[in-house]
Design a protein around this ligand. Sequence first.
Ligand code: 5GP
Ligand code: MN
Length: 326
Amino acid sequence: MWDEVRTFIDEHDSFLVTTHIFPDGDAIGSELALARALRKLGKRALVVNEHPTPRTYEFLDPDGSIKTYTEDLDDRIARCTGAFVLDVGSLERLGNVGPALERAGPPTACIDHHKTNGGFADVNVIDPRAASTGELIYDLVRALDVPVTRGIADALFIATATDTGWFRFPNTSPRVHRMAADLIELGVEPARIYAAIHETDRWERMELVKRVLGTLEGAADGRIAYFYLTNAMLEETGATEEDAEELTDLPRPIEAVQLILFFRETRGKIKVSMRSKDGPPVDTLAGKYGGGGHARAAGILMEGELADVMNTIVDEAKALLDSGGR
Ligand code: 5GP
Ligand code: MN
């Protein structure tokens, strides 16, 4: 599975490594692990993302090696002769890094676990059975015979822990637990990592949670939970856009809930986050409106007013439940 990637690495000395907008734990962890592995092989790696590293993951990158894209970086990007695109099903999901990459024009390799990934890169390793992209990077690092340093192990642990909801979601396979066990043997401290990510919120974020939960409604006999976040709520609470990440699972504890829809105003658009607990897959519905994702977690960035987008998508979700997901 890794021969082509190995050849790709052999052929180049200097790599750009990038991932999707609003990077999550899998995105950041996969990038850092791969960049560190490339450097172990004597290669150069420049990690650039559209959006800054969320505060909760900064401890993983104490030197600030991950750059936030500005045009000033174009020269450095142009000097990379190969590019790795991670955890992304299409170039549109790279924000401004996508056009920058196309202008520079290096050959690309994509490592990803999205079923919707059509294989847009020159070298593609797409495995939807993998619970996280980090799981694939772990495989690659071992195939390359690179020692799994503590820095690589921590990054990969975060990738797999976050994309499996800390080993709760149905994508949590024996392979996930074996990988986690290996990484813990290499020194990873799960309790410390959990606390660093999930027990470091500011009060402003909890004020935001209070407001956001105030909007929670049920539909379809309580099988759909939907709620929203407005720009005004951010202003009132002093919370940041980053504080608005990872709120989608808040209604998950409700037994009756099968589908969760979270709507969020962001930069003139509406971001829709969808989760299916034990309901029908949501990736097809996301795809219908230009989004994508996985069966149980998908998203869309939509034009329009919050109320209109909410009406449209809640109706779609009701129809999806009525059709039994067909
Ligand atoms: P989240 O709701 O956590 O932002 O995203 C859940 C999943 O949906 C992500 O892992 C990603 O695969 C997918 N996703 C979210 N937003 C978008 C989007 O705007 N476009 C596409 N293609 N996928 C998205
Ligand atoms: Mn992922």
